[in-house]
Write a new protein. Structure first.
Length: 136
């Protein structure tokens, strides 16, 4: 445990030194992780890791996401370089989304976290329930 704290402290000191005493909100790790923190990002990345999808297919695959939120999340994933958007010259134009090389490399790490969450979901819910019950 101490080595993890020292490592984090060292990393923070290195970051501050490299950025002339920069603000932690400018931390590169926080900057990258923030883009994956959205409610729908990991779900859409999981879908696109299977194969490319058209917008309408993604909308049907995740029926409780609004069109606006799907558009915004795909835009953010595209902006960060994880998702490629290809427009086909059909009438009407069709659009397909796929993972980029960067997106595939990031998803391999995200996949481990997703698997961990699936395996530990019951334990986390139980911990929350125990904590909430103790607060009453």
């Amino acid at each position: 445990m101490d080595s993890a704290i020292i490592t984090l402290r060292s990393k923070l000191e290195i970051f501050k030194a490299m950025s002339n005493g920069g603000n932690l909100s400018d931390c590169p790790v926080r900057d990258v992780i923030q883009g994956l923190n959205g409610k729908w990002s990991s779900l859409l990345m999981s879908a696109l890791a299977e194969h490319p999808y058209r917008f309408g297919e993604l909308r049907r695959l995740v029926p409780d996401i609004s069109q606006r939120m799907l558009t915004q999340t795909l835009y953010e994933l595209q902006r960060d370089g994880y998702v490629h958007r290809e427009v086909f010259p059909t009438k009407p134009p069709s659009v397909e989304y796929s993972l980029t090389d960067l997106g595939r490399s990031m998803f391999s790490a995200l996949h481990h976290l997703i698997q961990w969450a699936e395996l530990n979901h019951d334990a986390v819910r139980s911990a929350r329930a125990g904590f909430d019950a103790a607060q009453v």
